[in-house]
Design a protein around this ligand. Sequence first.
Ligand code: KG4
Ligand code: ZN
Length: 332
Amino acid sequence: MNILAIESSCDETSAAVITNGEIRSNVVATQLIHTLYGGVVPELASRAHQQHILPVVDKALNDAKVTKKGLDAIAFTRGPGLLGALLVGTSFAKSMALGLGIPLIEVNHMQAHVLAHFIDDPKPAFPFLCLTVSGGHTQIVKVSSPLEMEIIGETRDDAVGEAFDKTAKLLDLPYPGGPLIDKYAAEGNPDAYAFPLPEMPGLDFSFSGIKTSFMYFLQKQVRENPAFVSENLPDICASIQFTLVNILLKKIKKAARETGIKEIAIAGGVSANSGLRKSLLELGQTLKWNVYIPAFEYCTDNAAMIAIAAHYKYLESDFCDQTVSPLARMDF
Ligand code: KG4
Ligand code: ZN
């Protein structure tokens, strides 16, 4: 059983082929144009998806050695994401499924981030908790089966990836700043500067306060020493990363305590962060958790995760019809 999966929710155009639950190819074209503007420009993203989608799908089929006629279904990201960007993948998938006369499978992008854990071994046992951290979302998800998920905590304002990117922008680092903060943080002292941790009730998060306090901190330091950033970049990055990671760990610890679940996973673009990966593994050892961290290639946006989600939906004959339209916001 061969499924072609397409991802186009933000600034990555990606296609993957999955055969009986095994990923056969995963092609990702990252849109570099947005670096010029310091963030994703929705209209440019849509246009770039239109340019990339055909060659990316062709390469995914060639890499997998699967022909169009050999496909059993087409899957696509329905949402959440940028509407114009989603529209490209959705229209492409719908036309291809219609042309080939095969079923169409819609996939929730955030569910797919979680299911990226089922691409390779070891796989988490049910129920598990997944801290899903990306540029648009920060969620703690309780996962009871591949398609049964419940959000038990989420951000009330910015996503953690946004906090990484916005603090990086204040430091004049190019978009996306998260990986660069991670890189400089490796050589810095995380205790060099302290930032206040937000007080949020329950399992919810807030990242807008830390961004503002970082901005005031930076303005004050630069007033006193105009070369503050260039002289202290690794220490600044290490301190901000330490704070953001601590906010995440505090809540996942609370969620594990309250639910009694010791199977803990992370997913989404920010799960590529080395500070988060290392601290979570250490915390897991102390608290006797089984910790699951996806391979780097399955952390940031990719179609392999859409393909594995589609695989589970195919097994349930969970298909959609040609009237389906993309959704910028989409719940589980
Ligand atoms: O999941 P993703 O690729 O796209 C969305 O669905 O948003 O996540 C992108 C986010 C960006 O904010 C990016 O800065 C962040 O993931 N990111 C990182 C790292 N790699 C990607 N943040 C911190 N450290 C990293 N190594
Ligand atoms: Zn994502």
